[in-house]
Ligand binder design. Structure first.
Ligand SMILES: NC(=O)c1ccc[n+]([C@@H]2O[C@H](COP(=O)([O-])OP(=O)(O)OC[C@H]3O[C@@H](n4cnc5c(N)ncnc54)[C@H](O)[C@@H]3O)[C@@H](O)[C@H]2O)c1
Length: 304
């Protein structure tokens, strides 16, 4: 708003109270100093509505979209569950002697037993629900020993409750290497807020780029929020070139979450057809504009 308010004080409580799900477009307008609106609305929703599991499916719809050679759609089909309410994103820290040669900056990495345990349990439950076989926890516990130690201990405890699901661990640097060399091995990955943020951009590249990636910010039983992984891509603004598929797949994800699995499947199918027939924007091989690409999927849906 003109007075600098990004969202009214009771805004998050109202969203949580009055809605089952929220569908959010990308935020980030370079005309707003310090990008405060994006931070306050997006992180505000995640933190204040306690949407602790950020679920990011990574699925390759067509071989042509993957930058890796010889990788087929069945080779890229996994889900990243990113912790969404803790880590360095809680905005704890400070600067001392700012602007001097002695400046010190700290950014604290918060990991609570409750936060770690609930997101790890969520990942195992998601694996079970989706008929997946493995949950891999990724951290940097060889160096970040305190936070990593907590993740390691809790992961072992929770994994023991899910005898039907295989549990694995990989340091996050090794995970990046394996994701680029052999993405087929992954099924469900659970990790902290920052590593999840980073590895899902890499993961998005495997499925055709940020324009293809969907996500949900979930707290089971509470109002959850669904958004494409990408941001507002300011250089694309007003040019009718942004890929709408990330947002459309996000809508499907939201419907599935709301119990409308058949409707979600129809949307996923229409998107798959658009990709196969190259009725898409240029980033994924087509020649349509944003509106035309979205309209094509809409028409395919109405015909189905
Ligand atoms: N969830 C969100 O709302 C969210 C997420 C990330 C960034 N942001 C904000 O968005 C703004 C821009 O951030 P950024 O440039 O780092 O990230 P971005 O995701 O907006 O863009 C990075 C790159 O990804 C590609 N891309 C993004 N969206 C695309 C689409 N729909 N179709 C095709 N390609 C697409 C483009 O190559 C683009 O240059 C910033 O203000 C940032 O804070 C918001």
């Amino acid at each position: 708003m003109k007075d600098g308010t990004t969202i009214p004080t009771d805004g998050f409580a109202m969203l949580a109270r009055d809605f089952h799900a929220i569908f959010l477009g990308a935020l980030g307008d370079p005309r707003v100093p310090s990008n405060i609106h994006a931070k306050e609305i997006l992180l505000g929703m995640r933190f204040k509505m306690d949407l602790y599991a950020n679920v990011r499916p990574v699925k390759l719809l067509d071989e042509s979209l993957c930058p890796l050679k010889g990788v087929k759609p069945q080779d890229v089909d996994f889900v990243v569950v990113r912790e969404n309410t803790e880590g360095p994103y809680v905005d704890a820290g400070g600067v001392f002697k700012q602007g001097t040669a002695d400046e010190v900056a700290t950014q604290e990495d918060f990991n609570t037993r409750k936060g770690v345990e609930r997101v790890i349990r969520f990942a195992f439950e998601l694996a079970r629900k989706q008929g997946r076989k493995k949950v891999l926890m990724s951290d940097k516990s060889n160096v970040m020993t305190y936070a990593g130690g907590l993740w390691q201990r809790v992961f072992k405890l929770v994994a023991a409750e899910f005898a039907d699901i295989q549990s694995q661990h990989m340091y996050v640097d090794a995970l990046c290497m394996h994701m680029a060399r052999d993405p087929k091995q992954f099924d469900v990955i659970v990790t902290n807020n920052m590593f999840g943020d980073i590895i899902t951009d890499l993961a998005a590249a495997l499925q055709g780029g940020l324009g293809m990636a969907a996500s949900g910010n979930i707290h089971p039983g509470k109002a959850s929020m669904f958004e494409p992984v990408h941001g507002s891509a300011p250089p694309f603004a007003g040019k009718n070139i942004a890929n709408p598929i990330g947002a459309i797949l996000t809508a499907a994800m939201m419907l599935e979450h709301l119990g409308l699995a058949k409707e979600a499947e129809r949307i996923n199918h229409a998107v798959l057809e658009a990709v196969r027939q190259k009725k898409t924007t240029a980033d994924v091989g087509g020649s349509l504009g944003t509106r035309e690409a979205a309209d094509w999927i809409g028409l395919a849906l109405s015909r189905a």
